[in-house]
Design a protein. Structure first.
Length: 414
């Protein structure tokens, strides 16, 4: 599902609405099924229906609908209390039985709502038996109407049974999705903690020895003064040399931390495309490592991937995107690594493919002895971006040939 254009975010199943728009959407989704109550309402509005029957049917239907809505909206926004979890479905079953027994066979549709309510709010071990009980009561009440004895089983019995068990499956999917989200958050937290530990180890390895040596030499120089000034000066010179080397090591480490990596940018690209509702197919070669790919060249490709995915999300209006990494031979017999980003969106005007972002990316690739090519996608719809960088030694594993944009979307799982 695509995210809302003004940043409201996707309306995710199994989650409480986070804003008014999502609340309205979920309310409409719950309320639209009430159109199936047109049969009972039409029966009450038929000419010749006694007033007492209309009052009884109107009050019973109102109480049934209120129980249904209260049950669903409480379940949507907060945890249900035990009395409400079991009391509301029981009241709905009692009303469905009484109304369909005393009024008309069209009221058997209430059992379908009751079956769905049991599937949504009851624990799955109990909801299975509750759905069977509701269906059994429906069958027993339907026997009272011999004119539809063969019809009501298909019109009401099977939908009540099927809808109930279908909602049991949906609730299981919601629970699984919730657990998956919690697991992802835990993995992210553990990854951040591991990264902090790695940074702490690197800082200790980089600065621990140097700072200890600086402290030792400073104490030694202090003891040499004022009797041995020449020796103290030598110690101070050593301190300066050690500190300069430590500064160089720190700068190199920080540069390594800031340098974008293809695997890291791929994870960010998948998340951005998934959030924008764009299906993504990623070449497995993007997650590998090439022995001949230098750090500067990999950084240039990572920047190209980031810029290309940003353009797909912001400007293309695409439904799907393909990310490819292939090895190609240049005319001068040099090997190059090519990052290709294809989408099926509208694409920029044919007369102008480069904006400010692509112009800057072209300059960044040129610094790494690479080049950038942009234009329409192979099949004439969408946009294609290809970033080339030189490749040195033979790769660990050769990348697969670049496939064309396939007609069927392959979406990265959430």
């Amino acid at each position: 599902m695509k995210s809302e254009p003004w940043g409201g975010g996707p309306m995710r199943i199994g989650q409480a609405p986070r804003n008014r728009r999502q609340a309205v959407g979920k309310t409409m989704w719950v309320g639209i099924w009430l159109l199936y109550l047109a049969g009972p309402v039409g029966q009450l509005l038929q000419p010749g229906v006694p007033t007492a029957e209309r009052i009884w049917g109107g009050l019973g239907l109102t109480l049934f609908v209120l129980s249904y809505l209260v049950l669903f909206f409480r379940h949507m926004w907060r945890k249900l209390t035990v009395p409400l979890r079991y009391g509301a479905p029981a009241m709905m079953l009692a009303l469905a039985t009484a109304l369909s027994w005393t009024l008309d066979f069209s009221w058997l549709v209430l059992f379908i709502f009751t079956s769905v309510a049991c599937a949504v709010v009851l624990p799955w071990r109990e909801s299975r038996w509750a759905i069977l009980l509701v269906t059994a009561v429906l069958v027993a009440v339907g026997v009272r109407y011999p004119e539809i004895r063969g019809y009501y089983l298909f019109a009401y019995g099977l939908p009540a049974l099927g809808s109930g068990f279908m909602m049991v499956g949906v609730q299981h999917l919601i629970r699984t999705t919730t657990e998956l989200r919690a697991a992802r958050q835990e993995v992210a937290r553990l990854a951040a903690n591991d990264e902090r530990l790695r940074l702490a180890r690197d800082l200790h390895d980089l600065l621990g020895h140097s700072l200890s040596l600086i402290t030792l030499k400073s104490e030694l120089a202090g003891r040499m003064l004022p009797d041995r000034p020449s020796d103290a000066a030598q110690q101070i010179a050593d301190i300066e040399q050690v500190s300069r080397q430590a500064l160089v090591d720190v700068r190199e480490a920080v540069t390594g931390y800031r340098r974008p990596r293809l695997a890291v940018e791929l994870a960010g690209a998948r998340a951005a495309l998934r959030t924008a509702g764009v299906g993504v197919t990623a070449d497995p070669a993007l997650e590998g490592e090439y022995r001949g790919l230098a750090a500067d060249e990999e950084s240039a490709l990572a920047w190209a991937l980031r810029e290309a995915v940003t353009n797909v999300v912001r400007h293309s209006g695409a439904h799907r995107c393909e990310l490819l990494l292939t090895e190609e031979w240049e005319e001068d017999e040099r090997r190059s690594l090519c990052l290709t980003v294809l989408d099926d969106g509208a694409g920029p005007p044919r007369t102008q493919y480069d904006g400010n972002g692509l112009s800057g990316l072209r300059e960044r690739l040129a610094l790494a002895a690479g080049r950038l090519e942009t234009g329409p996608a192979p099949r004439g719809r969408g946009f294609a971006l290809r970033a080339y960088v030189p490749l040195g030694a033979a790769p660990v594993g050769a990348a697969a040939p670049a496939p064309e944009l396939s007609p069927e979307p392959v979406t990265d799982p959430a």
